[in-house]
Design a protein around this ligand. Structure first.
Ligand code: GLA
Length: 739
């Protein structure tokens, strides 16, 4: 519910369990009042008026200096602001009030926004929203607050869209140049957030290729902590989400936790500043590094969303809200009979570039036998792509690999009852390719300067419309010619030497180009599914998730490494989008041996896939694979659609224990993987969550054997017995069913 009190000029945004309020002050500024969980027992009539608190929120002066920074809803560069800002603008022309004879000082860098009205509407859209609908598209209340810098007729609309059931607010801004001279935006966040004093513990993730999503928890300093990427994609080094709480007052299932995510796949920045006066504010949006956005007279720009919310049930509660929001409101509506993710086979680790029709058919037959539903051919099927040094950009089937085209393979895959998928990397080109030979100027580079190749490839200049049009035509043709149900959309290098016809706007133009390509392909091919991959987990964010169905979190498929990767991933992203493969041992990169049971128990925590060399497995091993896959199909509706509880983390417990449970408490999945031995000691069982305490549950293993039976009450107090003395190599997944 959005409520405006005209007397006090107060806005209240009331969600299921949280509130957010701000007020227009005497000078017309929008000043933040508060954000947090609603007190127990509050009803619709309980609103913040702000009349008692507004004065406290203004500058306090001491010795003539302004002491407390004002909590503007959008913090701008201008006025006497010295702290981090969300918006910095260069006005190129003279302000309306200046007499012509006063010498011009250019550019003028001072934004002072004043309230000019508001509107409450149904479901306005943030910038870069997909054109394909999400799973739920019933309208949501959106507040638009019009703010103006009168000197330049620069209109800034602050937008707040509410998803009350998940306690989520999407913040974004719209800028309109109504003046007569150009405006250059130098810094632009999608919104500013203010946290209560003392909420100084930040949880985020950091990593690199093959070690993405490592959880880090730290104390915010006085000063600014920056999470950011600069490589044109979302990035491996960190990910655009955060959790913030008071130190020692939040835990996995308790305490107030603020959370947020950016719905954007390009260079991003989240800056969290704690001022010396202990005010804590966050700016999330485009990375100002090498950023520029020009607005000519009458031009406007709408930013993507900063998605944010607050949970009073700990990090777990924050994650569950982000998961549910993503599942309901972000992921594309599936155009299929079932909304569950299929079990996938991909031969990348098994065959790499060594593709042939016969080899793929052999793998497809084995895959179908063990229960795979989607067969995906990875890199190497096109142009001159026999290794990672040629062919990118030439999206035509190579006669050297498939002399009769893809039809015979697709026909075989279909006859085996599976769908067919294909790997592509549309934003890239190898210098050794026909596309590059035709258009050597179509890559990001600064003429006359050296340029860097990574994995022998260059990034196409999506600042050129003809480049996006050419790639669209090639992919659209491919999808029209063949019955392709799934694309693995890769992006294997970040951008350097970003010279483009779009100038500094290339960072944004690239993302616009990628989104536009995917949106148009999905419109033309409505049953197509897409997986976002970027050398592993380099492009996972709510922007790409609006137009893809799942992501590849990491090229590292080592079961033990995956536990940490998946745990960090799970802080923000739901299991249904987390493609997770069982692969050969020793593992491709780490060379570690791990039991098949561990590999399956870890991979079954997401959207299960298989990447093993199936034709090297014997019949007994294949039968084991088939047994696990059949079990996964019995529990996947819980994993993919249920609520996640992280019952124990590997780091603290030497074992990772997770539960997925249906909201109606009828079924759950319990999964334990032991990663550290506890000789001479034992591991206490972890109580389960959110079961019916009066109900009776049976716990069934992958063979259909009942291994335990207990009341919901007992499972939620004593946990599952039997795992206490187990050592490394032990793992199990149980289907918890109410009887
Ligand atoms: C990237 C992906 C891999 C694989 C290769 C193919 O590294 O992350 O899964 O598709 O590209 O070149």
């Amino acid at each position: 519910m959005i409520h405006f009190n005209p007397q006090t000029q107060t806005f209240n945004l009331v969600l299921q369990q949280s509130h957010y309020a701000f007020q227009i002050d005497d000078e017309g500024r929008a000043v933040h009042l508060g954000w947090g969980p609603r007190p127990a027992g509050a009803d619709d009539a309980d609103l913040i008026t702000g009349t008692n608190t507004a004065a406290n929120l203004h500058f306090k002066t001491q010795g003539g200096f302004k002491q407390n920074p004002r909590r503007d809803e959008l913090l701008t560069f201008g006025d006497s602001n010295q702290h981090e800002v969300s918006l910095k603008v260069n006005f190129q022309g003279p302000p309306l009030s200046v007499e012509k004879r006063e010498p011009m000082v250019q550019p003028i860098r001072d934004v002072r926004l004043r309230y000019a009205g508001h509107k409450i509407t149904g479901d306005a859209q943030p910038g870069l929203s997909p054109t394909i609908p999400p799973r739920r598209w019933d309208p949501r209340q959106t507040l638009l607050v019009f703010m103006e810098d009168h000197a330049y007729q620069f209109l800034v609309t602050l937008c707040y869209r509410l998803t009350p059931e998940h306690d989520v607010i999407e913040r974004w801004c719209e800028f309109k140049n109504q003046g007569e001279s150009e405006i250059v935006i130098e810094m632009c966040s999608f919104g500013s957030l203010h946290f209560p004093t003392g909420t100084t513990e930040l949880t985020s993730v950091a990593g690199v290729w093959c070690r993405e999503f490592m959880t880090q928890r730290e104390q915010l300093p006085i000063g600014t902590r920056v999470l950011e990427t600069r490589g044109i994609n979302t990035g491996h080094t960190t990910n655009p989400f955060f959790l913030i709480n008071r130190p020692h007052q939040a835990w996995e299932e308790t305490g107030t936790v603020y959370f947020g995510q950016l719905a954007y796949s390009g260079n991003w920045r989240i800056a969290i500043e704690q001022t010396p006066t202990f005010d804590i504010r966050l700016h999330g949006g485009y990375n100002p590094f090498d950023f520029e956005l020009k607005l000519s007279p009458d031009e406007h720009h709408r930013t993507p969303a900063l998605v944010c919310g607050v949970a009073s049930d700990g990090w777990g509660g924050a994650s569950r809200r982000m998961h549910a929001f993503t599942r309901d409101r972000i992921l594309p509506h599936p155009q299929r009979d079932t909304h569950l993710r299929p079990v996938l086979y991909n031969s990348w680790e098994a065959t790499r570039f060594d593709l042939s029709f016969e080899g793929q058919v052999e793998l497809a037959r084995k895959a179908a036998d063990i229960g795979v539903e989607l067969f995906c051919v990875d890199d190497g099927w096109f142009g001159g792509r026999r290794e990672a040094d040629a062919g990118l950009g030439d999206w035509v089937v190579s006669p050297d690999v498939f002399p009769d085209g893809l039809e015979p393979l697709i026909a075989e895959v279909h006859s085996l009852g599976m769908k067919f998928g294909l790997w592509v990397e549309p934003e890239m080109v190898n210098p050794d390719s026909d596309l590059y030979r035709r258009h050597p100027d179509w890559v990001l580079h600064f003429p006359g300067r050296p340029r860097t190749e990574a994995r022998n490839q260059l990034v196409l200049d999506f600042g050129r419309r003809e480049v996006v049009a050419t790639i669209f035509a090639a992919l659209d043709k491919l999808l029209s010619q063949y019955d392709i149900a799934f694309l693995k959309w890769d992006m294997n290098r970040y951008a350097t030497e970003p010279g483009s016809v779009a100038g500094k706007e290339i960072w944004l133009k690239h993302v616009e180009g990628v989104y536009d390509l995917i949106d148009r392909l999905r419109r033309n091919h409505p049953t197509l599914d897409i997986q976002s991959c970027s050398g592993g987990g380099g492009r996972v964010d709510l922007g790409i998730l609006g137009r893809t169905d799942q992501v590849w979190p990491s090229d590292n498929t080592d079961a033990f490494d995956r536990i940490d990767i998946q745990e960090g991933f799970s802080l923000a992203y739901p299991a249904r989008i987390m493609e997770a493969w069982v692969t050969d041992v020793p593992q491709h990169y780490t060379r570690r041996m791990s039991p098949l049971s561990t590999r399956f128990d870890v991979a079954m925590r997401g959207a299960l896939g298989i990447g093993s060399t199936l034709n090297k497995l014997d019949d007994d091993e294949l039968a084991e694979y088939a047994n696990y896959i059949a079990f996964y199909k019995r529990i996947r509706h819980i994993v993919q659609e249920g609520q996640l509880y992280r019952l124990a983390r590997m780091e603290e417990f030497g074992a990772s224990v997770v539960q997925y449970g249906l909201a109606d408490q009828s079924e759950a999945v319990y999964s334990i993987v032991v990663g550290r031995n506890l000789y001479g000691s034992y591991r206490p069982a972890r109580p389960l969550k959110n079961l019916n305490s009066k109900g009776v549950y049976r716990l069934v293993d992958r063979h259909g054997q009942e291994v335990h039976r207990a009341s919901g009450y007992e499972l939620m107090t004593l946990g599952v017995p039997g795992d206490a003395k187990q050592n490394v190599g032990y793992s199990r997944t149980l289907h918890v069913q109410q009887i």
